[in-house]
Write a protein that binds this ligand. Sequence first.
Ligand SMILES: NC(=O)c1ccc[n+]([C@@H]2O[C@H](COP(=O)([O-])OP(=O)(O)OC[C@H]3O[C@@H](n4cnc5c(N)ncnc54)[C@H](O)[C@@H]3O)[C@@H](O)[C@H]2O)c1
Length: 259
Amino acid sequence: MSETKLSGRVAVVTGAASGIGEAIAKLCVAQGARVVMVDSDSIRLDAAAKSIGGDTVTLHADVGAPDTAALYVALAMRHFGRLDTAFLNAGIAGKVCRIEEVAVSDFDEVMRVNVRSVWSGIAALFPVMQSAGGGSIVVTASTGGVQGAPMVAPYIASKHAVIGLVRSAALEGARYNIRVNAVAPAPVDTPMIAHIAAGLGRGDMERARNRTLSHIPMRRYGGADEVARMMLFLASDDSSYSTGAVFLSDGGSTAGISL
Ligand SMILES: NC(=O)c1ccc[n+]([C@@H]2O[C@H](COP(=O)([O-])OP(=O)(O)OC[C@H]3O[C@@H](n4cnc5c(N)ncnc54)[C@H](O)[C@@H]3O)[C@@H](O)[C@H]2O)c1
């Protein structure tokens, strides 16, 4: 792989302290980008930035807070003088429980972190990217954004919602050369899937994992780096004619019923 797909460019990554966000931040640096790493977990964020090295700056912030997007856009402009791409990736699974057991506060929190953050991110990014003549925004959705799943209804609803935001934003951004796409992974080996498996298995992680894998034709979780490579493609000029699209990285799990 060439080492220069993002040479000279500046990227923002939310949820950069762990899992998929950390993997794409690392890949961006390897591909020549300077990176603003955003996360609410300051200890893990600092550790991730230190281990990635390169030209990064960190912002400890809650993506669901109203002013966070303006802060990371301003930080990118002040520190690096430009902003070319953003990975709106931070997210939470919420409680693993039946629909009737979901508390209003838990439902609202999943929507705040997973959906409002994407809307506020796109809204803050658009004017800067428009002035710069374009940009690429990549939103981490999920296969849970194109199909249902039991026991995580607010999460599933939130991922369907971000795909709607991606499609609407792509239509508004196209004339300004701003591309907006979603990546939709099936289960990926990160702390989030461990949290969901713990809830589904009610203590029996192995059973939960095996049940989940039985729905994935490739019979394995994805790797954060595998998803990151698809996100890099969407950020780079390699995907220059793609916008408003949902790119699956799912081991075949949405292709049909796996026997
Ligand atoms: N792991 C999976 O199986 C899977 C599958 C499909 C989609 N996704 C999506 O991928 C994205 C990344 O998840 P991951 O699997 O890497 O999980 P992860 O838990 O490893 O990482 C999520 C990161 O987001 C941060 N974060 C959470 N809430 C935040 C907030 N309010 N403000 C700022 N940062 C916050 C966390 O601190 C963490 O560093 C999420 O949007 C998730 O829904 C994950």
